[in-house]
Write a protein that binds this ligand. Sequence first.
Ligand code: CDP
Ligand code: CDP
Length: 224
Amino acid sequence: MQIAIDGPASAGKSTVAKLVAKQLNYVYCDTGAMYRCVTLLVLRRGVAPDDAAAVTALLKDVKISFKPSADGQLVFLNGEDVSLTIRQEDVTNNASAVAAIPAVRTALTDQQRAIADAGNIVMDGRDIGTTVLPHAELKVFMVASVEERARRRFLDNQEKGIDVPVETLEKEIAARDHKDSTRKTSPLKQAADAVLLDTTSLSIEEVVAKIVSLYQERRNIASN
Ligand code: CDP
Ligand code: CDP
């Protein structure tokens, strides 16, 4: 079975997707991490994130792999563990520009489908239910208010010793959502057959339980 979880920034997709995968013993694929890897290489090479031709030219130098770890998953770019580096602010704020380039989306979508072909999967991102896995048995579109999402990112940052005011985070999140929702190629959009899940006032455990129960419903329907 394929479980697709999409939604705007900091709605809780990766936190929840990881836990759902663990509970069901499914493979987890964080597609945002893949766009972040390309963005990291773009910044390291000094390429402008919106220079489509230059970004497309460096795609041949991008090899991304995942490795399971105790608290989820490590991300490797050309053999280097970039799990923490790809979460830095400059990567976060430039990822949407890189992700809007059609050749980047094609290359990563192909890799994501290959990962999903290997077996049962929970995949999270922006276009999983609409483009990458249009036949996923369960699609969830996860949202939360922008204030709550900025608050969550603020708390995450505090744990890492990063000090960005919550008002700045709100603006950054809103700007990224806007770019992700208005781009031409596979924009962030709820699939017609996705279940809308507002996590604004839900705990992580409540969201995980809700998705697992939706999954069990679908499984029962499929086996009857
Ligand atoms: O975790 P957060 O919500 O901050 O972002 P992410 O899931 O790590 O994704 C980083 C960026 O990659 C997003 O802002 C999107 O621009 C892009 N992305 C995408 O275009 N399509 C996906 N399937 C996943 C991410
Ligand atoms: O992947 P996405 O950008 O959607 O979100 P994330 O990277 O999982 O970050 C969400 C943050 O909100 C994490 O710090 C979670 O601990 C927290 N959180 C959540 O994910 N879900 C809730 N229902 C409440 C809080």
